[in-house]
Design a protein around this ligand. Structure first.
Ligand SMILES: NC(=O)c1ccc[n+]([C@@H]2O[C@H](COP(=O)([O-])OP(=O)(O)OC[C@H]3O[C@@H](n4cnc5c(N)ncnc54)[C@H](OP(=O)(O)O)[C@@H]3O)[C@@H](O)[C@H]2O)c1
Length: 249
């Protein structure tokens, strides 16, 4: 029996990187997985890669009508959610003097507003005792040059988990934050604007990690699986750092 046998899981931001690797892990452990993302072609390819009855639902988590549609589909086809991985997110580099209103709105709309309503609108479908996983970042607890808007948005995620476990206590719903360190995903590599910048950026990241390298998306997905499964049945409101030690030193 898989560790998520007969579970219904929703993974946002599942057409790439950490979300896609997690959808694969969840499905291979027996879950029926609903996968989301904005880009339809990438979503179709990701759903085919995951297989095992995975279902793609295209949408933007910052758009509340898209979230309503997602959960209408889950309600019609599955009736409940056992595991919600609110993972979709992203950011971009801008030093304090260069931050624009547009950059601020884009980052906070996705990472903060989008995560909040992804979880709120799932509440009627979440079973009592469900596992909710939010994706944080080491950028919430350490400083990085030109990354303050992203770091602040992920600090909000940490705060959401601490507070929501109290709001959801009567239903025994667990909420935890998965904190990836540098993970080799299209999203991370896409932060650089040229190949030279990307190489320098990766080398600088690796130098900050005591294990001396970035994580693979599947290593981060293994931590997501732990939080999704009953193996973490008494882990609640915590931050699980899968960061190679980056934020611990
Ligand atoms: N990679 C790292 O080193 C690292 C470290 C710490 C935290 N994280 C966090 O991990 C999560 C996954 O990132 P990743 O590295 O796997 O990046 P990625 O490869 O770019 O994946 C991001 C996923 O989120 C989706 N997404 C982004 N904005 C969305 C929106 N508004 N609505 C719906 N889906 C949206 C993307 O699909 P579409 O573009 O098609 O919508 C994609 O599926 C993010 O929350 C990120 O902040 C990553």
């Amino acid at each position: 029996m898989g560790r998520l046998a007969n579970k219904i899981a929703v993974v946002t931001g599942a057409n790439s990187g950490i979300g896609l690797a997690s959808a694969k892990r969840f499905a291979s452990e027996g879950a029926r997985v609903f996968m989301t993302g904005r880009r339809p072609r990438e979503l179709d390819a990701a759903v085919a890669e995951v297989g095992n009855g995975a279902r793609g639902v295209q949408g933007d988590i910052a758009n509340l009508a898209d979230l309503d549609r997602l959960y209408e589909i889950v309600a019609a086809e599955a009736d409940r959610i056992d595991v919600l991985f609110a993972n979709a997110g992203g950011g971009s580099f801008a030093a304090l003097s260069e931050i624009t209103e547009e950059e601020y709105e884009r980052t906070f709309s996705t990472n903060v507003k989008g995560t909040l309503f992804t979880v709120q609108k799932a509440l009627p479908l979440l079973v009592d005792g469900a596992s909710v996983i939010l994706t944080g970042s080491t950028a919430a607890s350490t400083g990085s040059p030109a990354f303050s808007v992203y770091g602040a948005s992920k600090a909000a995620i940490r705060s959401f988990a601490r507070n929501w476990i109290l709001d959801l206590a009567p239903r025994r719903i667990r909420v935890n934050v998965l904190v990836p360190g540098p993970t080799s995903t299209p999203g991370l590599h896409g932060l650089a604007s040229s190949e030279d910048e990307r190489r320098a950026f990766v080398a600088a990241m690796e130098a900050q990690v005591p294990l001396g390298r970035m994580a693979t998306p599947d290593e981060t997905a293994a931590a997501a699986l732990f939080l999704a499964s009953d193996d973490s049945s008494f882990v609640n409101g915590s931050e699980l750092f899968a960061d190679g030690g980056q934020a611990q030193v």
